[in-house]
Design a protein around this ligand. Structure first.
Ligand SMILES: [Zn+2]
Length: 471
């Protein structure tokens, strides 16, 4: 290994000086086409050789980091949690690239037998092509993916045959007679080989689905977080069921929305301006918020896994400024803080001008369980006419904001579903309390002659109303 170390140091020194001399001086602009293309080709060859060294050393680091005794692991001895962290620190690679090096190392590593003897790697010819600089990490993974997947189902001889042919294609010496294959072409060839050798082939649909399931949340951009992924069918079905339940308006006669006194103006239920995808989003939000406050999920540091939103006290009162959510890199609107504060727990932290923590207040739970239950009995579900979300899935909204001095009293709390709570400012419905009885004012596009109307979804209170009207 000493020879390699010495050589790498020498090569790096020379290469750095030459790169600075030519590229640094802007000589690429004056170069001929051939010179540019040849330089690119050679740089890639150097990169493939470098990658061979990286793959081999990353594999060795991982071999030295699997001991049962944590203290003996190379990663622990160097103060890192895992191989990925150690590799990233030393190489400055991105986590995904470090993971690729590790994935490439597995099928090409020289294994050690129980007796301590070196054993052939899974893909010996591919390993040779890697070490010769004929195959880089991209090509290696393109081949190793399909071949490793079929390994449990095909014989060793078949695997070695595919290994040899694909390595030859990578070198430009394969049966196809083509020049050295690029990574994408190797991937296609490897898939063909695995389909041929692994006749009953493809892993069962279920296994594949289980392997491919996943959800990725992207970085916040323009106030939105992109979500991508694949759901298992039963998970998708569950989400659809929840969406149906959250979004089905209850307007069927006397079991439905009821103004008191009834005005027959809303027989068909108010129009919901949200699109189908927006409703699906809000259903997911409702389910997450119900789950987070259900006390059934694992806790984090002893607390329910609810959102932590920080906002300046003054901003909350003056309705200006921004709020910040833990785990979100962009600031969010103050409405988010108001929404979270309405439904959850508030803790005041006083910071001095120098940023020092001066005082930590105790946690104030905004509405307690008893108040919540009483409000649920009175309101029966989300108060917005036409909304079918039942009481158990609703949040308690401060009619006069908590930050604006609104008391945490049942006379100031009403039930709203996640969407109507979060979007109250946007949808035009207004809510007020008249001597402890909630009243709503519809937006003009729903009610041409808007006026305040008492509203409830509570079966008990509806019955009372009917009884009173009959007498
Ligand atoms: Zn609602």
């Amino acid at each position: 290994m000493d020879a390699l170390l010495e050589h790498l140091e020498e090569v790096i020194g020379q290469t750095r000086a030459t790169v600075a001399e030519t590229l640094g001086a802007g000589q690429a602009i004056a170069a001929s086409d051939d010179q540019i293309l040849r330089t690119m080709t050679l740089a890639a060859e150097l990169q493939r050789l470098t990658e061979a060294v990286l793959v081999e050393t990353v594999g060795e680091v991982s071999r030295r980091s699997v001991q049962r005794d944590r203290e003996l692991r190379l990663t622990t001895r160097r103060g890192c949690h895992d191989v990925g962290e150690l590799v990233q620190r030393l190489t400055r690679l991105a986590p995904a690239t470090a993971a690729r090096m590790l994935r490439g190392a597995r099928p090409t590593m020289v294994a050690i037998s129980f007796a301590g003897e070196p054993m052939a790697p899974h893909l010996p010819a591919i390993r040779d092509a890697l070490i010769d600089g004929e195959l880089g990490v991209d090509g290696l993974l393109a081949i190793a993916g399909p071949l490793t997947a079929m390994k449990p189902r095909v014989g060793r001889d078949d695997l070695l045959a595919a290994d040899a042919v694909l390595a030859a294609e990578a070198r430009g010496e394969g049966p196809s007679g083509e020049p050295p294959a690029c990574a994408e072409s190797l991937r296609v060839q490897a898939l063909v080989w695995s389909a041929y050798l692994d006749q009953d082939g493809a892993e069962p649909l279920e296994d594949r689905a289980i392997r491919l399931r996943g959800i990725t949340l992207g970085a916040t951009r323009d106030g939105l977080v992109p979500i991508r992924g694949m759901l298992l069918p039963e998970v998708a079905a569950q989400l659809r069921r929840i969406s149906d339940a959250v979004n089905s308006p209850r307007v069927d006669g006397d079991r439905g929305v009821s103004f008191r006194p009834s005005t027959a103006s809303d027989e068909s239920g108010p129009v919901d301006p949200r699109t189908w995808t927006q409703k699906q989003h809000d259903a997911l939000a409702t389910a997450l918020s119900v789950a987070a406050s259900s006390e059934l999920l694992p806790t984090i540091g002893g607390a329910a896994p609810t959102l932590i939103v920080s906002v300046r006290d003054g901003d909350l009162v003056s309705q200006t400024g921004w709020a910040h959510i833990d785990g979100c890199d962009e600031p969010v609107s103050r409405a988010v803080a108001q929404h979270a504060g309405c439904a959850g727990v508030i803790q005041r932290v006083l910071l001095g001008d120098d940023g020092r923590i001066k005082k930590i207040g105790t946690e104030e739970r905004v509405f307690n369980r008893h108040q919540r239950r009483a409000i649920a009995l009175r309101d029966g579900g989300c108060l917005i006419p036409g909304c079918g979300v039942p009481a158990g899935w609703c949040e308690v909204h401060h009619v006069t904001e908590h930050a604006a001095g609104g008391p945490t009293h049942t006379d100031n709390g009403v039930l709203l579903c996640w969407a109507h709570h979060r979007l109250l400012d946007h949808i035009g419905w207004r809510i007020r309390m008249d001597q402890g009885v909630p009243e709503v004012l519809a937006p003009p596009w729903i009610d041409p002659r808007p006026r305040w109307r008492p509203v409830t979804k509570s079966r008990t209170r509806m019955l009372d109303t009917f009884a009173r009207r009959r007498t």
